[in-house]
Design a binder for this molecule. Structure first.
Ligand SMILES: NC(=O)C1=CN([C@@H]2O[C@H](COP(=O)(O)OP(=O)(O)OC[C@H]3O[C@@H](n4cnc5c(N)ncnc54)[C@H](OP(=O)(O)O)[C@@H]3O)[C@@H](O)[C@H]2O)C=CC1
Ligand SMILES: O=C(CO)COP(=O)(O)O
Ligand SMILES: [Zn+2]
Length: 348
């Protein structure tokens, strides 16, 4: 008997381009949602675009969050119930988008993602990452019903947020290699389609790397397109596997032992140089990854991340403990091997 089945959840409307923020209400109307929206945002996005969002709806409540936490999720759920919200609009970077993603799951309603930073592919995906104490929970949720990415707004955001988004995409190279490895060695389910899409997304971004420059709206266009495509790959896979391998484990471990030092995308980029070295050796493709990161202006060394060498080695030797996800790190790399990899690649 044929017993395969799949359920792929994708955003229904994706608007990307100059000034599309003003089409938000039209994009929402096209979803046939009922009820009023609750706007979930954080201080800077609220200041930059809160009024432009509210001007498009008759009755909209607002919650502004200082940080991503389970308390913030509960606060949004509470306000959502109080206002009988029909859906959530998440305006901002990963912080309000992740919180809205989780809260909409609890409220059993949809959410629309309006990114003001092209900082990582979580702005489009169905995964939420919420810090708690010295750890971080990566939770499966539904992806946004729609994404409205205004490139004019994104181009005006701090440049390092955009280079972080680029690096998150470049890291797809090693994430896919880890996924293929886990498939070969551990029989982990693998989707050729999601793997190819994720890899192609990284390749296309690298091919356009010379056009990714501060002050160019074209840059925001290229990066957002890649983030959407990477989010779709994760939706097809039904997991973050196409975009999260050992380089993400390394970054999650850095978040635990050296929190808030560097942006997620920048950490996974440096992680990708190191894990590519483990995949293909001293003459392997780690130099291509380093050069691509360097071309878009993302960090390639511990020093550029603002993290000391010992912490990088500590994170690299313990990253495999983060979660039950088989990668090139196997059951852990030795300190000597980690120091050699980080030294040869120039990370330390
Ligand atoms: N779901 C997933 O797969 C992933 C989720 N994450 C999560 O995402 C968060 C990190 O993402 P990130 O986007 O950096 O988070 P933030 O939402 O914290 O945004 C980063 C910073 O940029 C500011 N900002 C956002 N947009 C603009 C703008 N247009 N102009 C000026 N400043 C702006 C924010 O200001 P302010 O503080 O005032 O809001 C904040 O200080 C973490 O909570 C992390 O856990 C990370 C990776 C993957
Ligand atoms: O950051 C991600 C993909 O780029 C999400 O990955 P995680 O599942 O490791 O949180
Ligand atoms: Zn990521």
């Amino acid at each position: 008997m044929f017993d395969k089945s799949t359920w792929i959840k994708l955003p229904r409307n994706v608007l990307q381009g100059h000034g599309v923020l003003d089409d938000l209400a039209d994009a929402v109307a096209d979803l046939y949602l009922s009820g009023d929206p609750l706007l979930v945002t954080s201080p800077s996005p609220e200041r930059i675009a809160g009024d432009r969002v509210r001007a498009q709806f008759d009755n909209v409540a607002t919650v502004s969050l200082d940080r991503a936490s389970f308390e913030s999720v509960e606060r949004v759920v509470e306000v959502g119930r109080e206002h009988d919200a029909g859906y959530l609009i998440a305006l901002g970077g990963g912080k309000p988008i992740d919180v809205a993603k989780m809260a909409s799951d609890e409220l059993d309603c949809g959410f629309v993602s309006v990114p003001t930073a092209a900082s990582h592919d979580g702005i489009v995906s169905g995964r939420s990452s919420i810090p708690e104490g010295d750890t971080r929970h990566s939770v499966a949720a539904d992806p946004p019903l729609a994404v409205v990415a205004d490139t004019e707004l994104l181009a005006e955001s701090p440049w390092e947020l955009t280079t972080a988004g680029c690096a998150d995409i470049i890291s797809n190279y090693t994430a896919v290699k880890d996924w293929e490895l886990a498939h070969r060695l551990k029989n982990v389910e693998y989707s050729e389609y999601a793997g190819a899409l994720s890899q192609m997304t990284a390749e296309m971004l690298v091919q356009s790397a010379d056009s990714i420059k501060p002050g160019l709206e074209e840059s925001a266009w290229i990066v957002t397109k890649a983030l959407v495509s990477s989010g779709v790959a994760m939706s097809i896979a039904g997991s973050s596997r196409p975009a999260s391998g050992a380089e993400h484990l390394f970054s999650h471990q850095l978040d635990r032992i050296a929190p808030n030092r560097a942006l997620h995308g920048h950490q996974v980029g440096v992680g990708s140089i190191l894990t590519e070295y483990f995949h293909s050796g001293p003459r392997g493709e780690w130099q291509d990854i380093r050069d691509a990161l360097s071309t878009v202006g993302a960090p390639t060394t511990a020093n550029e991340l603002g993290i000391d060498d010992e912490t990088v080695i500590d994170a690299l030797t313990t990253a495999h403990e983060i979660r039950d996800r088989y990668t090139i790190l196997g059951d852990g790399v030795s300190e000597d091997a980690a120091i050699e990899a980080a030294t040869i690649t120039g990370v330390i």
